[in-house]
Design a protein around this ligand. Structure first.
Ligand code: TUI
Length: 321
């Protein structure tokens, strides 16, 4: 089974592992790439040396293609662009902004550039800029999100651009992946399910919250200051919702709300503080109930999608054209 994305990137499965800050380190990305998906190191807010160590780790695990996600709100974004060029990284995804100012240098270095887009307008702007593909990520996703759902965003982006579209947000198994392929995507990106992979170094308490989560356990915080973030409900999300009320009443500044989030993701992922930290996860966490290897996760999604697509095709086979 081939798609324009498996061909473009020379990977076996049309499945990306999301470049999640603090979670998507060299061990996770290396395991995913080695098993035939596209592993992606999450640059997050990390400085160049930290991302370099993760690139070294992936290179020690596999010689298959992998990517680096550049989080464009990071104070180190410029440095990470230098780094991916120096290290000969083949694929860069971007998040939380417009990568326009880096495009020329990335392409001159032969890097395939794939930004996350939350809207049709940005997808079209990115296509004009010459990006190689776009990731249409719906608001079911964990972390920093846009406003549209995966169902509506992927379909409309596919209609609006001619470059390949990767669908993301709410995909954790074969059925979800098949649905996104039906919308016209050439690959899917999966985050939350890989957080609980055996090879993921996320703190056991962080994994446990995802494994135990129900469908309605995530909330979106900080929308009022322009950076909506989806995470599982806890003391921090309650504090956010109070602070947002205070902000709307003119009793708190945007900076005070942003401060609540500073370091909160690291506290949860690395130190396991799932009470006061930010347990970023997608709405599909309710379906994720088992810790498995990256290889098993990739196979389950790939063969699961194939099975449901075949079943459904059979059901429709007698309908005249
Ligand atoms: O970036 C993500 N997910 C993230 S980043 C992150 S770290 C962070 N923590 C707190 C606040 C902000 C960031 C945690 N999770 N996903 C990709 C994504 N990109 N989602 C939405 C966007 C996006 C939003 C606006 C992409 C482009 C964009 O463009 C605005 C513009 O410049 O036109």
């Amino acid at each position: 089974m081939k798609t324009s994305i498996t061909e473009l990137l020379n990977i076996k499965y049309p499945i990306f592992q999301g470049g999640m800050a603090w979670v998507a380190d060299g061990d996770l990305a290396g395991a995913v790439s080695n098993a035939g998906g596209l592993g992606i190191i999450g640059g997050g807010n990390a400085p160049k040396e930290v991302v370099k160590a993760n690139i070294d780790r992936v290179k020690a695990i596999t010689d298959k293609p992998f990517g680096v996600n550049i989080m464009l709100l990071s104070p180190f974004a410029d440095d990470i662009v230098d780094l991916v060029i120096e290290e000969g990284v083949k694929v860069v995804t971007t998040g939380a902004g417009n990568p326009g100012k880096y495009m020329e240098r990335l392409h001159a270095a032969g890097i395939t550039v794939i930004p996350v887009v939350p809207s049709v307008a940005l997808a079209k702007r990115m296509e004009k800029l010459g990006v190689d593909a776009v990731i249409a990520e719906g608001m079911e996703a964990g972390g920093h999100i846009g406003k549209l759902t995966t169902m509506t965003l992927v379909r409309q982006v596919v209609d609006a651009v001619t470059i390949p579209v990767i669908g993301a947000g709410g995909v954790a198994d074969g059925r979800g992946a098949a649905a996104v392929f039906m919308l016209g995507a050439e690959a899917v990106q999966v985050g939350t399910r890989f957080v609980v992979a055996t090879e993921s170094n996320a703190h056991p308490a962080f994994k446990e919250r995802i494994l135990k989560a129900k469908d309605i356990d995530s909330v979106v915080s900080a929308s009022v200051v322009g950076h909506p973030v989806r995470a599982l409900k806890n003391k921090l999300s309650t504090a956010y919702s109070q602070a947002e009320k205070d902000f709307l009443a003119g009793k708190k500044t945007a900076e005070e709300i942003e401060e609540l989030g500073a370091g909160a993701l690291k506290n949860a992922v690395v130190d396991g503080d799932v009470v006061n930290g930010s347990v970023m996860a997608g709405q599909i966490a309710g379906l994720v109930s088992k810790e498995e290897s990256c290889e098993d996760i990739l196979k389950d999604i790939y063969y699961g999608a194939a099975n449901v697509i075949r079943q459904e095709a059979l059901r429709w086979a007698d309908v005249p054209e």
